[in-house]
Design a protein around this ligand. Structure first.
Ligand code: NDP
Ligand code: 2IT
Length: 449
């Protein structure tokens, strides 16, 4: 059972339920934020009076459109795409595009809602938005992906702009897709507007360290949580779910900081390699050949592949969920705690169910919610926008240092806010309140928007 809401917040939540029927992930994301805002309303009664929370829960703009495209055989397909422009109080709408068959409005709204507070936490001038499509990229040829991206951008371009809305990648959208999207935007607008998309290739306006940023940032955040407890990642055993962009670079940084990652996964199954995951093999399988993770055992016969296996049953010191929402439930959380896990940091967005979050908090392990722990990706997107605006290109070392400093600062502000509001060690409350206050103050200053 999720925690009860403050009496001023319950009617707001009921209204969100009523206005957004059937969007369970959005309800979950809103509830999780509202659960932590009670103490803020005591300190800032003007936010109640001016209905700031009700305004934040309603997206500024929601765009839904048809994406027709032809496959290699000439057959016609029709997908649905979304861009939810949630909040622009702090800057242009900013957030990724997700291509996955499970995408519907409720998923994009949960992601866009989370993005508002995450982006505020980075301290950089970016508002919150998210988009995507129910298109399934699995098994599609490069040409099919290109035609789909071109068709999608043929509608989306009119809503974008470096001062308006700046998409990037998410599940199913990486460098290849951003290339096709940028190419079509450039053709239609006749503008080389680098700052309209992030996650671009390094030869055409991309930022060094953006590919690595989300995974690296999650591990920097983990390191900070452990430091706050007088510990570190060195010598720790780590389990990382997923084997996509976030998972791969979380594994890389965990290894660099002296930990051993012994398991990763994809939606088909899990790999356990007690000798430590061979990241070169995972990168080749996933970034180049786009194959299933099961093929890892073709190279490393000693490793174990379990079809439909549960990665959270693998004993570890640190767990990094880096795949998708609600991938770690109450029973998984219990197993992790019983197996001695001391820290969980979310590379994915909302990977832990409310029951799971409650178990982690009761067990007092270091639990870093996605809004804080995975903010390094979007923060480095904002650094890409800075480089584009100044027509500059920074070194990897400089960009990575900026990312690390941002993650240290997000940890510090979440940690200190949790203490200030009477819940020491509660990063959920600390991150939500820090992000919320920034956005709420900006909205208040701008009048009734
Ligand atoms: P990718 O598409 O690169 O990888 C996703 C990984 O998660 C794959 O291994 C995929 O397996 C697995 N996965 C996806 N959906 C499911 C599912 N329904 N069930 C089981 N496994 C699944 O995406 P990213 O690595 O970019 O994103 C991972 C998570 O991180 C998402 O929650 C995303 O929102 C979040 N995130 C991403 C950021 C970024 O910069 N990319 C920034 C911040 C957060 P399979 O290939 O079998 O589908
Ligand atoms: O969830 C996220 O923060 C992302 N997918 C990255 C968004 C971005 O604009 O870089």
């Amino acid at each position: 059972m999720p925690a009860r809401l403050d009496e001023k917040l319950e009617p707001i939540f009921q209204d969100v339920l009523h206005r957004n029927p059937g969007e369970s992930e959005f309800h979950q994301a809103v509830h999780e934020v509202l659960e932590t805002l009670g103490p803020v309303l005591v300190k800032y009664p003007e936010f109640v009076e001016k209905k700031v929370i009700q305004r934040i829960c309603e997206p500024e703009r929601q765009i839904i459109f048809r994406v027709p495209w032809q496959d290699d055989k000439g057959e016609i397909h029709i997908n649905r795409a979304f861009r939810v422009e949630f909040n622009s109080a702090l800057g242009p709408y900013k957030g990724g595009m997700r291509f996955h068959p499970s995408v519907y409005l409720g998923i994009i709204k949960f992601l866009g809602f989370e993005q508002i507070f995450k982006n505020a936490l980075t301290g950089l001038p970016i508002g919150g938005g998210k988009g995507g499509s129910d298109f399934d990229p699995k098994g599609k040829s490069d040409d099919e992906i290109m035609r789909f991206c071109q068709s999608l951008m043929t509608e989306l371009y009119r809503h974008l702009g470096e001062y308006t809305d700046v998409p990037a990648g998410d599940i199913g959208v990486g460098g290849r897709e951003i290339g096709y999207l940028f190419g079509q935007y450039k053709r239609i607008t006749n503008r080389y507007e680098s700052g309209v998309l992030t996650g671009k290739g390094l030869d055409w306006g991309g930022s060094r360290a953006r590919t690595e940023a989300t995974g690296y940032g999650t591990v920097f955040f983990t390191q900070e949580m452990l430091k706050a407890r007088g510990d570190s990642l060195d010598g720790k055993t780590v389990v990382v779910s997923g084997s996509g962009n976030v998972a791969i670079y979380a594994i890389e940084k965990a290894h660099q900081l002296g930990a051993k990652v012994i398991a990763c996964s994809d939606s088909s199954g899990i790999i356990v390699d007690e000798k430590g995951i061979d990241l070169a093999v995972v990168k080749r399988l996933k970034e180049v050949e786009r194959r299933r993770i099961s093929a890892y055992t073709d190279v490393h016969k000693h490793a174990k592949y379990v079809e439909d296996g549960n990665i959270w049953s693998v004993p570890c010191d640190v767990a990094l969920p880096c795949a998708t929402q609600n991938e770690l439930n109450g029973s998984d959380a219990k197993t992790l705690v019983e197996n001695g896990c001391i820290a969980v940091a979310e590379g994915a967005n909302m990977p832990t169910t409310p029951e799971g979050v409650q178990i982690f908090q009761e067990a007092s392990l270091a639990y870093g919610p996605g809004k804080a722990a995975n903010a390094g990706g979007v923060a480095t997107s904002a650094l890409e926008m800075q480089q584009n605006a100044s027509r500059d290109s920074w070194t990897f070392a400089y960009t990575e240092k900026r990312l690390e400093d941002i993650m240290i600062e997000i940890h510090k502000s979440s940690f200190e806010t949790a203490e200030e509001f009477g819940s020491p060690g509660n990063y959920v409350l600390g991150a939500n309140i820090t992000g919320f206050i920034k956005v709420a103050r900006a909205m208040d200053a701008m009048g009734l928007i």
